[in-house]
Design a protein around this ligand. Structure first.
Ligand code: CAA
Length: 395
């Protein structure tokens, strides 16, 4: 294996860990309880460069690689998953999508604001009747000559009320199916944009998830990203990278729960010794550690493939499905290790358990990841081995 973290990557990891412990941990229980948006914390994340990590310095970003980005998400997710989903959507769906597929004037106009956190972005794909089945878009974008007219409803939108820019996926020509879908940059204060109430969720409770309605919203022609009909491919490409971010979030959730369970089990005594020395608990820690190490390899490898400019479609889905299932399983176990204390908010593990669930759902459910993985297997009849070698990464 020829992979080790660089000094720069290790420094990013340490900075994110310190920030999460110092600035996110105090108040995280209260914000979760009252669904309070982390305004101050997101402002700090913008100032520290966590909101535009991979954006080129030419547009005010950090110019970092995807591996640094996942290390940062992982550390932040050990503590506050409302902050990490806001960060993930802004970085990997909105900024990356705009920088990779936008034209020069779109990038120059919007990226500096998004990379600094002055503006937050939202990715508006899901609809009441188009979740997993993303080609069934009902939102329409009709070509009116010098502008498009957008009508429709998007739901489950992360950053729904805090965002100033929406990337809206909409159908421009129903006869063309997914080839008639476009994606547009819509400024949130445009006439006809209405944001519904904040969803009261099981987890990631302080992030702002909303339904957004678009009624006769006029969008200038220059705000379409890519050529006519590129919108569905854009969504798929962007989600491929976004899923690496969510996989890193799930890895962080599992890692956070493991750290808490390990520390607690060494302190808590029962039947005359620390519970970590009872096999029933020690084996839970062993299983957690093993799955977390496996998830780490999958997540870092997916990010590394992206950095190498290699195909990461299957790797990102594998990382997401494995890490999110590990997060769900082991947060439940971490609560169990804590016994009654695990069931109360003060000990943090019940929140991580609630947060874990959404990682199996958003940016493609576990079932969708399995569709993507199995289609890639059938299409290419291959697997990646060994893990971090550019010469032999696919055989
Ligand atoms: N890259 C490039 N193109 C791709 C692609 C990829 N990874 N995956 C599919 N496509 C292309 C196909 O090649 C095809 O194009 P052609 O006809 O030109 O060949 C086109 O897209 C349609 O593909 P499929 O026929 O495979 O489409 P499908 O209807 O079978 O659906 C799917 C494919 C993978 C299931 C897709 O619908 C999907 O990913 N669904 C899940 C959507 C999702 O993840 N939603 C999350 C919402 S966003 C969110 O959660 C954000 C948030 O706020 C946190």
């Amino acid at each position: 294996m020829n992979f080790e973290l660089t000094e720069e990557q290790l420094a990013v990891q340490a900075a994110a860990r310190e920030f999460a412990q110092k600035e996110l941990k105090p108040g995280v229980i209260e914000r979760d309880k009252h669904m309070t948006y982390p305004t101050e914390q997101i402002k700090m994340m913008g100032e520290l460069g966590f909101l535009g990590m991979m954006v080129s310095p030419d547009y005010g970003g950090g110019g970092m690689d995807s591996v640094s980005y996942v290390l940062a998400i992982e550390e932040i997710s050990k503590i506050d998953n409302s902050c990490s989903v806001i960060m993930s959507v802004n970085n990997s769906l909105v900024c990356w999508g705009l920088e990779t597929y936008g034209n020069e004037s779109q990038k120059a106009k919007y990226l500096p604001k998004l990379a600094s956190g002055e503006w937050i972005g939202a990715f508006c794909l899901s609809e009441p009747e188009a979740g997993s089945d993303a080609t069934s878009q009902r939102t329409t974008a009709i070509d009116m000559g010098d502008h498009y007219l957008i009508n429709g409803t998007k739901n489950w939108i992360t950053n729904g009320s805090s965002s100033k820019l929406h990337l809206v996926v909409a159908q421009s020509d129903v006869d063309k199916g997914h080839k008639g879908i476009n994606v547009f940059i819509v400024e949130a204060d445009s006439d006809g944009v209405t944001v519904g109430g904040k969803e009261d969720k099981l987890g990631i409770r302080s992030s702002d998830t909303h339904t957004i309605m678009y009624t006769d919203v006029k969008v200038p022609k220059e705000n379409r990203i890519g050529v006519d009909g590129f919108g569905f491919k854009f969504a798929m490409k962007v989600l491929g990278g976004g899923r690496i971010g969510i996989a890193a979030q799930a890895l962080g959730i599992a890692g956070g729960a493991y750290e808490l369970a390990t520390a607690y089990s060494k302190e808590r005594a029962a039947f005359g010794k620390p519970i970590s020395q009872h096999q029933a608990i020690a084996f839970k820690l062993a299983d957690m550690a093993t799955d977390i190490e496996a998830a780490k390899l999958l997540v870092y490898r997916a990010a590394w493939l992206k950095d190498m400019g290699m195909d990461y479609t299957m790797a990102s889905s594998m990382a997401k499905v494995f890490a999110s299932e590990a997060a769900m399983k082991h947060t439940v176990e971490a609560v169990q290790v804590h016994g009654g204390y695990g069931f109360v908010k003060e000990y943090h593990v019940e929140r991580l358990m609630r947060d874990a669930k959404i990682t199996q759902i958003y940016e493609g459910t576990s079932e969708i990841q399995r569709i993507v993985i199995s289609r890639e297997i059938i299409k290419n009849n291959n697997l990646y081995v060994p893990i971090f070698s550019s010469e032999l990464s696919k055989v």
